[in-house]
Ligand binder design. Structure first.
Ligand code: GAR
Length: 204
């Protein structure tokens, strides 16, 4: 049986699209059961619509607290049967309640080589720092922002004369490979967390 995913987005949804494309392959061990957006007009919803994937739009402004909103999301995820939650440009902080509820079943993609460059304005800070390499990270989510056991990373060079836009595009191309690859590892049952580090088992 395929691993059922819930993908949470807020905007463009290019990482959602990369997961949809990966799941379209017959032998890919996961499928998307639900896409949730906290923004009614997130462009990424069009990818879900086109692929015929069930969608839930939950406007966070309609809930009294962060936790109330997260509980509503969680109920939708459980209803869909999803067993793994993938944050894909979901630009809202999650409550400790949600992070605990989906402990080791909640993953995120971030456009840097964590633990470097957590937070926002990543590529601007990469340029300012003078690092010669950056990249992306897929990790299990822990309560502290952009932290948690690392499942997969991909590296890209930073060139002289780079702009934020050029780095973002170079990193994004890697994100689109890294996220499906990390989901595949989990779906194949090859990912184990030991002492807050990910161990990847060899394929049988
Ligand atoms: C991606 O670059 C993702 O790594 C980043 O937002 C972008 C979403 O793009 N996420 C974060 O910064 C989370 N801390 P997308 O909507 O096209 O997938």
């Amino acid at each position: 049986m395929k691993l059922k995913l819930a993908v949470l987005i807020s905007g463009r949804g290019s990482n959602l699209k990369s997961l949809i494309d990966a799941c379209a392959a017959k032998d890919f061990p996961a499928e998307i059961a639900l896409v949730i957006s906290n923004k009614q007009n997130a462009p990424g919803l069009n990818f879900a619509k086109k692929a015929g994937i069930p969608m839930a739009i939950l406007d966070h402004k309609k809930y009294d607290s962060r936790e109330e909103f997260d509980k509503a999301m969680s109920a939708e995820i459980e209803k869909s049967g999803a067993k793994l939650v993938c944050l894909a440009g979901f630009m809202r902080l999650l409550s400790p309640w949600f992070v605990e509820k989906w402990h080791n079943k909640l993953i995120n993609i971030h456009p840097s080589l964590l633990p470097a460059f957590k937070g926002i304005d990543v590529h601007k800070r990469v340029l300012e720092s003078g690092v010669k390499t950056t990249g992306c990270t897929v990790h299990f989510v822990r309560p502290e922002m952009d932290s948690g056991p690392i499942i997969a990373q991909a590296e890209v060079p930073v060139f002289s004369g780079d702009t934020e836009e050029k780095i973002a595009a170079r990193v994004l191309a890697e994100e689109h490979k890294c996220y499906p690859a990390a989901v595949k590892l989990i779906a194949e049952g090859r990912v184990e967390i030991k002492d807050e580090r990910v161990l990847i088992r060899e394929k049988n």
